[in-house]
Design a protein. Structure first.
Length: 89
């Protein structure tokens, strides 16, 4: 991952490429979790909310929908994303 764009932007690009969403929003909520477990002290890059709708979710149970998102973002989780809230629209 490059440092020229934010983690949220990189996550957005990855999800857009892998899940072809019809709606997508990635929010960095790290500042609201300052001092909590997994926070890195910068207020950025550890806690995210993903709001997403994708034709790939059609007919799949919620767990399978969330697994598609987690699988697409595994690289980010491996690199320090501590929390990921997923809202399927």
């Amino acid at each position: 991952m490059t440092t020229s764009i934010s983690t949220a932007q990189q996550m957005h690009q990855t999800l857009a490429q892998r899940l072809t969403p019809t709606a997508l929003e990635v929010l960095d909520e790290s500042a609201a979790h300052a001092g909590h477990s997994g926070a890195n002290g910068t207020g950025f890059g550890t806690h995210f909310r993903v709001r997403i709708s994708s034709p790939l979710f059609t007919g799949k149970p919620r767990v399978a929908q969330h697994r598609l998102v987690y699988d697409a973002l595994q690289e980010f989780i491996d690199q320090g994303v501590h929390a990921l809230a997923i809202e399927v629209l």
